[in-house]
Design a protein around this ligand. Structure first.
Ligand code: PEP
Ligand code: MN
Length: 350
């Protein structure tokens, strides 16, 4: 439950209400939005009902939100705009779509540099690349670890691209903070609650991928785990769920994008690469995602896909990515959006 109060409410009156709600058994959070002051009650409806009878400020209105995710739920006045702290200011969840692109895994500095320059030239705003890789087989390439993070940090300094990279374990958080602008939580870790709590203690944006067998409601509750610890900077990512189909690696749930845009103010990104599992389908899924209302894409791009150390089959070449970006821009225009292109070189923008 949320109590929406006039912005003009006096502090002592807000404090009185807050104390009364807490004494009745709920935890509270105060949020100041453009049009209202919100008192968010974490702990269901009962405490509010009790308080309503004894102390109720003028103009206070109850806004019902799901009790399982009151911080992540869509509520009047809550803004989905999130400012990323990278080298160049970047807003996610506004009119502009934000595109993150790069290799599945960071493999070497020269390779990362060349892909980063290419995707920035095509209009990507963020560089993706895993240094810690969750792999189904323990004998597959598991990432360069700390050395990979250093490479991400260097390329971020060279290009101005914000970096997004997967964190698998709470013990990796400190190590990643200097190099990574967005912590990616992978599909296999969506319900790693110790990891979500640790990320909640940072103030660094989190890109939370949907578990491949999780419901949309479970995704929203996972986001709430991060937000409940104090980190409101969460972006959600639909990346395909496991179904009976075998032509695609996963089944992209386009409906989930539309549902999430209604249920939450949090930005919603889509990863067409892991949904498709094959590069020839990535463009179609990307365009569908943009048409469905996503706020950005996470696309795997590799300089030499046949020889990639992970996920080569679904990786686009830089040329294919460039072509995709032109088509994404066209669909974005059709649905009243634009692609944020903070690094696009002037001669390419013309
Ligand atoms: C990835 O982005 O490379 C990745 C491992 O994604 P997911 O967790 O969605 O499988
Ligand atoms: Mn991958």
């Amino acid at each position: 439950m949320i109590v929406s109060l006039p912005c003009t409410i006096a502090e002592p009156e807000l404090d009185r209400l807050r104390e009364a709600v807490e004494a009745a058994g709920a935890q509270t959070r105060v949020e100041r939005t453009a049009g209202a002051t919100l008192l968010v009650c974490l702990g269901g409806e009962a405490p509010l009902r009790k308080v309503r009878e004894v102390c109720w400020p003028d103009g206070a209105v109850i806004v019902p939100v799901p009790a399982q995710y009151p911080l992540a739920a869509h509520a009047p006045g809550r803004s989905g705009r999130l400012l990323l702290p990278g080298p160049v200011p970047l807003e996610v969840g506004g009119t502009d779509l934000v595109i993150a692109a790069g290799p599945c895994s960071v493999e070497s500095l020269p390779a990362l540099r060349s892909v980063a320059a290419a995707v920035a030239g095509s209009g990507a705003a963020m560089l993706r690349g895993g240094a810690f890789k969750p792999r189904t087989s323990p004998y597959a390439f598991t990432g360069l670890g700390a050395a990979g993070l250093e490479m991400l940090g260097q390329v971020r300094a060279d290009t101005g691209l914000a970096t997004v990279s997967e964190v698998m374990d709470p013990r990796q958080v400190e190590l990643m903070l200097p190099h990574v602008d967005v912590f990616q939580v992978g599909t296999r870790n969506m319900q790693n609650f110790a990891l979500l709590a640790e990320l909640g203690r940072t103030r660094r944006p989190v890109l939370l991928k949907r578990g491949f067998a999780s419901t949309v409601e479970e995704l929203l509750m996972a986001a709430e785990h991060v937000m409940a610890r104090g980190n409101a900077a969460v972006m959600l990512c639909e990346r395909g769920v496991r179904a009976h189909e075998t032509f695609t690696r996963n089944t992209l749930d386009v409906g989930a994008v539309a549902v999430l845009k209604r249920e939450t103010h949090l930005p919603v990104l889509v990863d067409p690469s892991h949904a498709a599992g094959r590069s020839d389908l990535v463009a179609a899924l990307s365009l569908a995602a943009v048409a469905a209302g996503c706020d950005g894409l996470l696309v795997e791009v590799h300089h030499d896909p046949p020889n990639a150390l992970s996920d080569g089959a679904q990786s686009l070449t830089p040329a294919e990515f460039d072509d995709l970006m032109a088509r994404v821009a066209a669909v974005a225009r059709a649905v009243g959006r634009r692609v944020a292109q903070p690094h696009l070189r002037a001669e390419l923008a013309a």
